[in-house]
Ligand binder design. Structure first.
Ligand SMILES: [Zn+2]
Ligand SMILES: [Zn+2]
Length: 300
């Protein structure tokens, strides 16, 4: 599972930083989480191929989280996209997209499936390689976080043991599914003799704009990675609360309580030019913290 940051600033672009967008790559499938202004340019800059994007998730309808979407949707059509695209977002986004397409008499050359987000905690996407659960955040308007979980790819083949028992590679898929193997003479080779546990599923929680809340803590417990907004430093905690945002200390507190492995910070206010103080502040609570720098890829 790889997270690539495309935008790490809050409401305004500043100091070369862009509004919120990031991708999560799972077995070659690219999930786009939020789509702030300029996202398609950032995708080009950092080599994110739109052909690999089939699922886009929008946390809420503040412009810094979706103003890049109409452009991206339009470009995909101009570039001859055929594959369907699934868009998961608050219900209010649909008439906006419909109006933008209608006034220009634009017909997309691919199917755009709109999935309005539910109010509660619910699995909203479920494929062979990943699932996504949305959960409510507290941000003054309807706002959602997303938990991306990879699917296990089955058991891991032990080639030397298979060779010992004389099992040909054509039977490996069945072994990966956990089946025992029956030899031509009727002897049964137990699955556990020739395979080992596959890689454990990974969990990545995307906590977009929110005040500090532990309401979703049980869901993200033990996550391999947590992204949490840190719009302000602790000295501006009162302003953070007033504007329904969090501080670096609060993001770190949540990561620590969730027993996460890694914390990624982002959504920095334009009042801060330097970002290192965010890392320093969070590290006093949770040591494995990184600043989500644009263009950087983080393997979880
Ligand atoms: Zn925002
Ligand atoms: Zn917001």
């Amino acid at each position: 599972m790889r997270v690539t940051i495309l935008g790490n600033n809050s409401a305004l672009p500043a100091f070369g930083r862009h509004p919120s967008a990031q991708t999560v790559t799972v077995f070659g499938e690219v999930l786009l989480l939020d789509c702030g202004e300029g996202t398609q340019l950032q995708m080009q800059r950092y080599g994110v191929k739109w052909k690999n994007v089939h699922h886009i998730f929008i946390s809420h309808l503040h412009g810094d989280h979706y103003f890049g979407l109409p452009g991206l949707i339009n470009s995909m059509s101009l570039l001859g996209r055929i594959a369907p695209l699934h868009l998961y977002a608050p219900a209010g986004l649909r008439p906006i997209i419909d109006a933008i397409l209608a006034v220009a008499d634009t017909r997309l050359c691919y199917e755009l499936h709109f999935h309005p987000l539910p109010a509660g905690t619910e699995v909203i996407a479920d494929t062979d390689v990943f699932s996504v659960t949305c959960f409510p955040l507290q941000h003054g308007i309807e706002c959602h976080g997303f938990l991306v979980t990879t699917k296990t790819r089955g058991r891991r083949i032990l080639p030397d043991r298979c060779k010992e028992y004389g099992i040909a590679p054509e039977y490996f898929e069945a072994l990966k599914r956990g089946e025992d193997h029956t030899m031509p003479d009727g002897t049964v080779v137990k699955n556990a003799w020739v395979t080992a546990d596959g890689p454990a599923p990974k969990k990545y929680a995307y906590c977009s704009d929110t005040v500090y809340t532990e309401s979703f803590l049980p869901l993200i417990q033990g996550a391999d990675g947590i992204y949490h907004e840190a719009t302000y430093l602790h000295q501006d905690a009162a302003r953070a609360a007033m504007r329904h945002h969090s501080t670096a200390i609060q993001a770190a507190t949540l990561a620590q309580k969730a027993n996460a492995r890694t914390l990624l910070l982002g959504h920095f206010s334009s009042k801060y030019k330097e970002l290192e103080p965010f890392r320093e502040e969070a590290a006093t609570i949770f040591p494995n913290v990184v600043i989500g720098m644009e263009g950087m890829a983080y393997d979880l």
